[in-house]
Design a protein around this ligand. Structure first.
Ligand SMILES: Nc1ncnc2c1ncn2[C@@H]1O[C@H](COP(=O)(O)OP(=O)(O)OP(=O)(O)O)[C@@H](O)[C@H]1O
Ligand SMILES: [Mg+2]
Length: 310
């Protein structure tokens, strides 16, 4: 028997009054895959996630999870999915362990399950703390613990690390990494952090204004972006104003202040000499020069003209 994909989203549309939040998106996620849904504010990520989570109903299109739909199999889907929303409101007067016991009771789970998930998210020492006294990172981990309580096959996490400092963020990454390795969990997470998508997920879906702009591995996205390497530089003095290069193939892009410039090439080693020669001919002094591989950030800018974190 062929196993169905973990998640299949087919031509899904959702509007709120005059806002078309999701404009007909399709993709499938395989079992065991970690997928990052990247996009700026208002891209439609939460709306899409909430449709997969059964919280919102699509206006059009279909969502199938493990071969099941929300309409026919709500109970079963609640068992399969572990969900963490973009904004979680806890009961601040409850302790951490009491909060988990409450969620365990929703699923008829054994009392020890609370301790198990606290261990999974490295929060055991806080079991007796009031939820309102947790730090931001600890709250995010509690939210992850709740998502894990029913031993889900599929995790849907909406911005699980937003607002965390780099150390706390890395801690969440390590937990998610371990879950993948040890429990073969499938996951979609939304994020504004390129490094997070790159580090955790083999699959990247970039959304903007309700549409999917790109879908694939980082390497595939780079390969589709004609040119996989970047030369970034700044130049001295007035020369920066109105600066151009002779060859359009470089796809020269400057920032707003003409302080940083970027060109995209297929191979730095073979293109750098001609670039430097042109700068010499134009008598332009280079202040800084950095050569590097294309990143998800570059791909996003080349597709939308904006940075993801703007
Ligand atoms: N319940 C709602 N009523 C009206 N408009 C909504 C509602 N939910 C979302 N929208 C609109 O739909 C669009 C997509 O919003 P959504 O929350 O899905 O974006 P997002 O990608 O999750 O953004 P963010 O990164 O800021 O969380 C936005 O224009 C938003 O204002
Ligand atoms: Mg959102």
């Amino acid at each position: 028997m062929v196993t169905p994909p973990a998640i299949s989203v087919n031509n899904v549309v959702k509007s709120f009054k005059d806002v078309k939040a999701v404009k007909g998106v399709s993709f499938t996620i395989k079992k065991g895959e970690y997928c990052a849904l990247l996009g700026p504010n208002g891209a439609g990520k939460t709306t899409l996630m909430e449709m997969i989570e059964g919280i919102q109903i699509p206006d059009q299109g279909e969502i199938v999870i493990n071969g099941l739909t929300w309409k026919s199999s709500e109970r079963e889907l609640h068992r399969i999915l572990g969900i963490s929303l973009q904004e979680t409101h806890f009961f601040d007067k409850l302790k951490v362990r009491e909060t988990l016991d409450l969620f365990s009771s929703f699923y008829d789970l054994e009392p020890e399950r609370g301790n198990e998930v606290l261990k999974l998210v490295n929060l055991e020492e806080k079991h007796n703390a009031l939820v309102k006294n947790l730090s931001g990172g600890q709250r995010q981990r509690l939210s992850l613990a709740i998502a894990l309580i029913n031993r889900p096959e599929i995790l849907l996490l909406d911005e699980p690390t937003t607002g965390l400092d780099p150390t706390a963020r890395r801690e969440v990454w390590e937990i998610l990494f371990r879950l993948k390795k040890e429990h073969n969990i499938t996951m979609i997470l939304t994020t504004h952090y390129m490094e997070e998508a790159d580090y955790l997920c083999e699959r990247i879906i970039i959304m903007d204004k309700g549409n999917i702009l790109a879908d694939g591995t980082v390497d595939e996205l780079v390969a589709r972006n004609n040119g996989a390497e970047i030369i970034e530089f700044s130049i001295e003095g007035e020369a920066a104003n109105g600066f151009t290069l002779s060859d359009e193939k470089y796809n020269l892009v400057g920032d707003d202040k003409n302080e940083k410039w970027k060109i995209t090439v297929d191979d730095i080693v073979s293109n750098l000499p001609a670039f430097l020669e042109e700068m010499k001919q134009k008598d332009i002094k280079i202040k800084s020069l950095e050569c590097r591989k294309m990143t998800l950030d570059d791909i996003f800018i080349s597709m939308t003209g904006r940075r993801l974190d703007e």
